[in-house]
Design a protein around this ligand. Sequence first.
Ligand code: AMP
Length: 416
Amino acid sequence: MTLDNYNFAGKKAIVRVDFNVPLDENGKITDDTRIRGALPTLKKILEDGGSLIIMSHMGKPKGKVNPKFSLAQIKDDVAKALGRDVKFAEDCANAAEAAANLKPGEVLLLENLRFYPEEEGKPVGIEKDDPAYEAAKKDMKARQKEFAKKLASYADVYVNDAFGTAHRRHASTAVIADNFDADNKMLGYLMEKEVKAVDNILSDIKRPFTAIMGGSKVSTKIGIIENLMDKVDNLILCGGMTYTFAKAQGGKVGDSICENDKLGLALDIIKKAKEKGVNLVLGTDCIAADSFSNDAKTMVCSAMDIPDGWEGLDAGPETRKAFQDVIRTAKTILWNGPAGVFEFDNFTGGSRAIAEAIVEATNNGAFSLVGGGDSVACVNKFGLADEVSYVSTGGGALLEAIEGKVLPGVAAIKGE
Ligand code: AMP
């Protein structure tokens, strides 16, 4: 079923959204992109005359009630975004009455799903090497099923619009779908858009295809890097992982972030790129700083020769130009992860150079997809989010989808 083909009049819809929004120390939302992202789906249901039960996780409360992660903090923001009152259920697993009392056009927000360990379905307080682990896991899976059934019982129809968690088989993202027949479960608009954007990248690749992978570590990106190697023409690796590659090739990286146990892996990536004919582009120079702070003293130096007491915090001018030359000619672009510590205003230059070249390529007809929290934060910071083809709300989910993995949140609805 699709959202457009469904009439929600008189129906109760339970919708999984990703309202895991960043909050400041006073519990105020600092970026409401995720709430805005879900609005088209939520509004369609309400405008049809349906009633809405919204569920989400926030942060990592690890299966325990913790006011710091309470969705009560964002209730008023959700109400404002929807332009109507929002009721709040303080216990997501005991909201049957509140749900039953909903009239068409009314909205109920459930408390953080992750206050229950059943949401994630992982046994708590027991290590994997404990002999009792397997039994605990089985028990938790059974409890997860019951928890999902309870959530499903509140509604007639289930909609999943939480792309950010689509790569997880959680109670509310996948398991719940088993309680609805194919005519009464569907993806939300945001999910549909995200899935289509990934399809665009994977099924109709216009070449050259250039991927830019940044961020802090190579270890967290290795799966996607290896997978991309079979697909891309150019692979730019930047950010903190630059220094693992530099050291692996005999460079001196000073105090830069460096994964000493991944030097072999870095050499392996270089070798594989050669074998597969992929143009691997690594940083050659960097902006080195004498401390990890925005106000540090800086100098430009070779990424292969950073003095002790200094650390590379951004791509240098030669590197920026090399990255831009490759990006400008691309016809398909994927960007995940910043080229430097962009949170510090003085170290945004490398990421900005990438973002600007992506915009230029997009204006020349390239399809550009920017995904993952930090690259999205970058394009937002530079005011360029509207100038790339697609900004994904998914980090891990996006990368897993591009790796070619089936997302449990999508499979649970589409039955793939
Ligand atoms: P990730 O979560 O792996 O995508 O990494 C994102 C983080 O990498 C951001 O918080 C950046 O500040 C950080 N990062 C990027 N370049 C560097 C660098 N040269 N040194 C330390 N951290 C970096």
